[in-house]
Design a protein around this ligand. Sequence first.
Ligand code: ADP
Length: 234
Amino acid sequence: MALIKCENVSIGYEGQTVVKDLDFQIAPGDYLCIVGENGSGKSTLVRSLLGLKNVEKGQIIYGDGLKQTEIGYLPQQTDVQKDFPASVYEVVRSGRLNSRGFHPFYTAADRKAAVEKMDLLGIRDLARQCFRDLSGGQKQRVLLARALCATKSLLLLDEPVTGLDPIVTGEFYQLIRRINRESGIAVVMVSHDIESAVKDASHILHLQETALFFGTTEEYKRSPVGRRFLGGAD
Ligand code: ADP
């Protein structure tokens, strides 16, 4: 059973449709990259998957026990996040808040989850440091740990490597691969970087007003759309 199924979905702003007639699904353990040029509606789709934006048409169906509030989300970087005046531990632990509704106290299970995720991402020794003093790559690891605290089954990452240098970018992609393979957590990543997307992802959704392509990465590489955008790269 799919975690998320989009059936004939169109989304827009004030009657202005941004993406239309989307049909795709995300199964447990999938690694889906959403690619497409700036303004093609990638972030808009992400907001709808999170339930932050209504669809104009069609429906988004959640399955396999997934609730909208149990999606681990790593938003696009903003200056506000960069300057967040909290410790690493506090930022990671705050990932537990969304799934619980209006219940502002942390439990022992929340604290345990935060420590586990910091261990998993190799950032336990940063726990007491102030988030805003970290490097870009460390910050993304912290926000990834926070997203992992929020989910058992699906991570949604919106352009997570923007602004990172190539080495740190490579390390971050490796981390996502490892989480996807070892924990079986499905990953949906919005990316500009089609070349890297086809190296790691199991599925590709290529947006341009509608879904130019949805299918497995192997199918994408052989498709006319994939060949055009990959420029002959394997
Ligand atoms: P992408 O993530 O692929 O760059 P977006 O989803 O951010 O694309 O934007 C898709 C289109 O929707 C763009 O034309 C953008 O101007 C428009 N758009 C995005 N956010 C809003 C908003 N809050 N109000 C009105 N239009 C918006």
